[in-house]
Write a protein of this length. Structure first.
Length: 322
């Protein structure tokens, strides 16, 4: 009965959205792994773990197996970066990295981080993150050298908040979510872009104030990812009652919905070759999450997770180690 139910759920996901993948995914043609985040069944502790699997959903493995709060927001090549409170107080996050097999875990820097997406340039040796120093300097952008752990504060507007930063593919620009007054609940967060030195700031998105979700809790614009081969930035926005994945050009001149869906689609990542989109999908009420994989060219879709866990979120691509 359980096996039948899982097949039925997978079938319904495909039936109500986009064509299902009818053939297995070749590991030779697609040398990637997908890491993602789960909350364990132990509800007595705030225990978040990082999982990894093949692109066909097989060979799932818990990489962290630690009673910390661990979450991956980013990977470069075969370096899996994650935030964790394992060596500090509860939810006091720092940056770590590990191999795709969970080996060689190391703390990268002593900069305390906010709970935010991140990006890198220079082959993963320089990260752009949202960090904090003490109680007064919060939600600011920092650059971290991932080899030495040294860091430099890039923004210094403590009345505002900055989060979810990422570099453009050439490393010349930074896209981020920004709110001028972090205490103003009537102000919407939007995507901005600036030169990598912090100059020439311009706005990319404008949330529609007449949308029914304008006053709802959720992203207005955030968790952006830059497509590796096409000239656009994807991001999350809650509109028309549910989260969805939207797109915007780097000059802000064009905005559109990347995925048309009856479901709630959210955190996502592009494969390094730009051929695959991995994202978490749920019912509009966001009670059951799954990791989905889409062939960007054909729009064929595959559900990679089952219902054994309710929370399975924020996939990122890694390159396999030969």
């Amino acid at each position: 009965m359980k096996f039948f139910n899982l097949l039925s759920i997978a079938f319904l996901f495909c039936l109500t959205s986009l064509p299902c993948m009818t053939q297995s995914i070749s590991n030779k043609e697609n040398p990637y792994l997908i890491a993602y985040n789960i909350r364990t069944l132990d509800t007595t502790a705030d225990d978040w773990e990082i999982m990894i699997m093949n692109m066909d959903g097989g060979d799932k493995k818990n990489l962290t197996q630690h009673k910390d709060v661990a979450w991956t927001y980013y990977a470069f090549d075969n370096r899996l970066f994650f935030i964790s409170d394992r060596d500090s107080a509860y939810r006091n996050y720092y940056l770590y990295e590990m191999n795709p097999d969970g080996a060689h875990v190391r703390k990268i820097s002593n900069l305390r981080l906010e709970d935010s997406w991140m990006g890198s340039r220079n082959n993963g040796d320089e990260m752009i993150v949202t960090g904090r120093i003490g109680k007064d300097i919060r939600h600011q952008l920092f650059l971290i050298n991932t080899q030495t752990g040294t860091f430099t504060q890039l923004t210094k507007d403590t009345a505002a908040y900055f989060r979810d930063p990422l570099f453009s593919n050439d490393g010349k620009y930074i896209v981020y979510t920004y709110k001028k007054n972090k205490r103003d609940r009537n102000e919407t967060e939007e995507l901005y872009i600036m030169n990598s030195d912090g100059s020439h700031v311009r706005k990319l998105t404008e949330y529609p104030k007449d949308n029914i979700s304008f006053k709802d809790y959720g992203y207005k614009a955030g968790a952006a990812r830059w497509h590796p081969t096409e000239n656009f930035i994807s991001y999350i926005s809650k509109q028309d009652g549910k989260h969805g994945i939207f797109g915007v050009t780097p000059d802000g001149s064009k905005r559109w919905k990347v995925l048309e869906s009856d479901h709630a689609d959210g955190w996502h990542d592009w494969s390094p070759d730009g051929q695959w989109l991995a994202f978490n999908r749920s019912d509009p009420e966001e009670k059951q999450f799954h990791i989905m994989l889409m062939n960007w060219k054909t729009k064929e879709l595959k559900q990679l997770t089952d219902n054994s866990l309710k929370i399975q979120m924020a996939p990122v691509f890694l390159t396999k180690i030969d």
